[in-house]
Design a protein around this ligand. Sequence first.
Ligand SMILES: NC(=O)c1ccc[n+]([C@@H]2O[C@H](COP(=O)([O-])OP(=O)(O)OC[C@H]3O[C@@H](n4cnc5c(N)ncnc54)[C@H](OP(=O)(O)O)[C@@H]3O)[C@@H](O)[C@H]2O)c1
Length: 303
Amino acid sequence: MATRPKDKRRVARIMKIAIIGANGQLGVDLRRTLSAETLVPLAHCDLDVSNSEQVAQVLDSVSPDVVISTAAFHKVEECEKEPETSFAVNATGPRNLALACSRINAVLVHFSTDYVFDGGQQQPYTELDLPHPLNVYAVSKLAGEGMVSLTWSRHFVVRTCGLYGVAGSKGKGGNFVETMLKKAGQGVPIRVVHDQVLTPTFTGDLAEAISRLIRSEAYGLYHVSAEGQCSWYEFAREIFALTATEARLTIANAADFPSKVPRPHYSVLENKGLKSISRNVFRPWKEGLREYLTVTNREVFAA
Ligand SMILES: NC(=O)c1ccc[n+]([C@@H]2O[C@H](COP(=O)([O-])OP(=O)(O)OC[C@H]3O[C@@H](n4cnc5c(N)ncnc54)[C@H](OP(=O)(O)O)[C@@H]3O)[C@@H](O)[C@H]2O)c1
């Protein structure tokens, strides 16, 4: 009797994934993108990352294969005034998670920021460039990176940049795209800085990249953001162009909005590590923006 050839395709194992900060901007897109896995969404009220006992107890009882934490205290001005809270959430929090993950042998995905750099460079920062944070938020995030990598080897530390997603940034009270469209709708003058350069990154695309990354065992530090770069002014101009929105938009400089908290003027990340393991799924930032506007049911026009 003829035997059927063996199916050589690898059947992907369903993973149990705990998502911390599950109701945040990135958390919501992670839940959507990873919906084929067994997900355990944990909101701030379920687990406070700065509480070591609670972290240990919750993760021990959930016993996931992977923990993805988006939790952060990232209102930059408030971090400056509250360094203790900033370090408790952004540095001790990731340490608590790394300790718990090491006990249950779970992979930890932790998010960090482009703000670990000072912006003095004229070209995109790679994972090999030396961080030099300029404010308390950024120092606490860099400390969080160190806590994770020092504590537990099975980690992905993911630096990203300029996030916007369907859920809006809970921590910042709405994302930049929504703020721009709202202001244009109100007909008020909109002045946006042209001397701060970033890469706007759609959290849907970031979630897709994470979904692929956690299927590898190439643990370590990764820059994970969309391709290309623009100023905040150019970002706003593209939002209005794609949605054919009339807006009273003009150029400003960072010096026009004096702040006690220094920020990098250039914080573009190069996905060098992802490219080296053939896992860079990113498209140019304008295409991510178009996708975001489509999924938020905006009419999108050719820009
Ligand atoms: N947004 C950006 O442009 C940007 C840029 C670079 C890097 N990042 C990093 O990317 C990650 C995700 O950002 P996001 O825009 O998705 O932020 P987000 O929308 O504010 O989501 C963060 C989530 O973490 C929760 N959270 C805050 N403190 C917590 C704590 N102590 N314990 C447990 N949960 C806590 C928040 O819950 P509550 O709201 O209920 O407190 C919220 O659901 C962060 O690590 C951030 O530092 C963001």
